[in-house]
Design a protein around this ligand. Structure first.
Ligand code: AMP
Ligand code: ZN
Length: 468
């Protein structure tokens, strides 16, 4: 069975049909680097990570583009507030985003496009839209997209075209669904834009790009120059991007090329806090660095998110995180057990693999894959309790394959070199004690190690140890 995904455009689960398989071009709207991303943003980026990993696991050759919005209304306001130029303000947040991405084990995109580095492409796109008569310069000096010249506007968000206010205009990057008006492609520069370095010369006047324009220009440029195509295979974001952001991206891109902008549109649901969207605006947010500083294992965040389908909202709270942390601990313990006393478990492995494949093929049903993984842990533990010394490593390989796609095994704890030196010395002493048959002393050393959280295990290759 092929991979099937929910396409927001058709409101149904459809088999994935890339333009030129096995290649899949994937564009994911990235963070606005005016500040640290919060874990709500990362829920969306993690859903995209799972999508990317599952497609790759299924044999697709994914080319993943993520943009970094380093110029928009919010960036300009934040930079002006900090008395900095935009790039000076955004660069540390961009670096912080990469660190948080690595902490959360999100696979890096193949390219990160910074909006400020695609200004010529944005200008060319606006010019093309003006030439085709779907954009015009308003008397305020900004350039707008003419909704009346693009009859299919509103298809993605199922907007009733009667709602469109002919001739009304909106300049801000974000506006409400009941406000579908001509939107700004290029905003005439004002004094604040100039003061933070967010103004560029263009044939239609000095100004700066609107947020929606940025994504259209970057996506079309990247897939055009790399693959000579004008249609993305998959375009993703959080559900709040359906309108107006993605609707406007479609209008701009299709208005310029005449081709469909994306074959499949995917949107992840929100991470909420007590029923309200996690958002900077509401002050109910946590950043990835907050979690890292609290010592939260990234595997627990991943597992917590996988326990709900990406199209279902998640309510973030301490109990849910504690539950996921416990789940990760169990997976780690089981993994360690499989490594030392594995087996092929031929009666369990095929079920695990078939269940996980069926689940993830079916619109990335991660909760079902997680359930299959834990069911395997239970059944395998029972089996290993019953029969000891089973040969083979089939179970270990299968478990690592599935757990590897979800990437939910605990992060190995970094070991303090002083502790390592002390453990080595104690283990040597224990060895000597055992050789001279002083088992009492050997046991005492084991207890001494345990008291400092060090667990040991004697194997044919020598004594192994780990910090529990
Ligand atoms: P932004 O940095 O605001 O442009 O947002 C980056 C991404 O995070 C977008 O895809 C948003 O849809 C997504 N996003 C924002 N808030 C949340 C949330 N609370 N839960 C899930 N995704 C979110
Ligand atoms: Zn975008």
């Amino acid at each position: 069975m092929p991979v099937a995904l929910y396409n927001t455009m058709s409101r149904s689960v459809e088999p994935l049909q890339p333009l030129a398989p096995p290649r899949v071009t994937l564009y994911t709207c990235g963070p606005t680097v005016w500040n640290y991303a919060h874990i709500g943003n990362f829920r969306t980026f993690l859903f995209e990570d799972l999508l990317r990993r599952w497609l790759e696991h299924s044999g697709y050759d994914v080319f993943h583009i993520m943009n970094l919005t380093d110029v928009d209304d919010r960036v300009i306001k934040a930079a002006a507030g900090a008395g900095k130029r935009i790039t000076e303000h955004t660069e540390p947040f961009t670096q912080a985003f990469f660190q948080d991405r690595d902490y959360l084990r999100i696979k890096p995109a193949h390219v990160y496009t910074r909006a400020t580095q695609y200004i010529p492409q944005m200008i060319a796109l606006v010019q093309r839209l003006m030439e085709r008569g779907v954009a015009y310069k308003g008397e305020d000096g900004s350039v707008y997209f003419a909704l009346s010249r693009f009859p299919t506007y509103g298809r993605l968000s199922r907007l009733d075209t009667r709602q469109i206010k002919v001739g009304a205009r909106v300049a801000s990057d974000e506006y409400a669904k009941d406000d579908p008006s001509d939107f700004a492609l290029w905003k005439k520069a004002d004094a604040e834009d100039e003061s933070v370095g967010a103004a560029w010369d263009a044939p239609f006047g000095r100004g700066r790009p609107g947020w929606h324009l940025e994504c259209s220009a970057m996506a079309l440029d990247e897939i055009g120059k790399r693959f000579d195509v004008r249609t993305l295979d998959i375009h993703c974001g959080g559900i709040d991007l359906i309108f107006p952001h993605h609707e406007d991206e479609i209008a701009q891109s299709e208005g310029a090329t005449g081709d469909p902008f994306a074959r499949c549109w995917m949107h992840g649901e929100f991470l909420n806090v007590r029923g309200t969207k996690m958002s900077k605006r509401f002050g109910n947010f946590l950043t990835a660095r907050d979690l890292r500083e609290q010592g939260v294992d990234a595997a627990a965040v991943r597992l917590l998110f996988w326990q709900s389908h990406y199209r279902q909202p998640i309510d973030f709270n301490d109990e849910a995180l504690a539950g996921a942390t416990e789940g990760v601990r169990r997976l780690g313990e089981f993994h360690a057990r499989l490594k030392t006393s594995g087996g092929d478990l031929p009666e369990l492995v095929p079920t695990l693999e078939a269940e996980c494949t069926a689940a993830l093929d079916d619109d990335l049903d991660a909760p079902r894959a997680v359930a299959a993984l834990f069911e395997f842990v239970r059944a395998a533990n029972r089996e290993l309790d019953r029969v000891t010394g089973r040969k083979g490593s089939g179970a270990l390989a299968a478990f690592e394959r599935v757990a590897g796609v979800l990437d939910v095994l605990p992060t190995p704890k970094a070991v303090d070199p002083d502790l390592a030196g002390w453990v080595a010395e104690r283990l040597a002493a224990r060895d000597r004690a055992r050789k001279s048959k002083d088992f009492k002393a050997a046991d005492a050393i084991r207890a001494e190690l345990k008291a400092r959280g060090v667990e040991i295990e004697d194997t044919p290759m020598g004594t192994k140890w780990r910090v529990a």
